[in-house]
Design a protein around this ligand. Sequence first.
Ligand SMILES: [Zn+2]
Length: 81
Amino acid sequence: MLLGTIWRIMDQANKADFELEYYEKYFGGEEKVKDIVENCPHCGSKFFFTHSCDYGNLVVKETATCTQCNYGQRKLISSLN
Ligand SMILES: [Zn+2]
């Protein structure tokens, strides 16, 4: 997918809220990466995930919400290709 297409989608999804997913930010062993992806960095509780697929543009919008503290939400856009 062209990077320009992803940026256009991010504009539509309010790029102030959503971050483009990239895997270079994950480091360490399996347990460390699972912790970064699945758990709230503020309190350590499991995130509640919702996903919205945009098949036309081959992207998924993911929202991770902590229901145990006031961390709020982490919003990511991932490319499907
Ligand atoms: Zn939390």
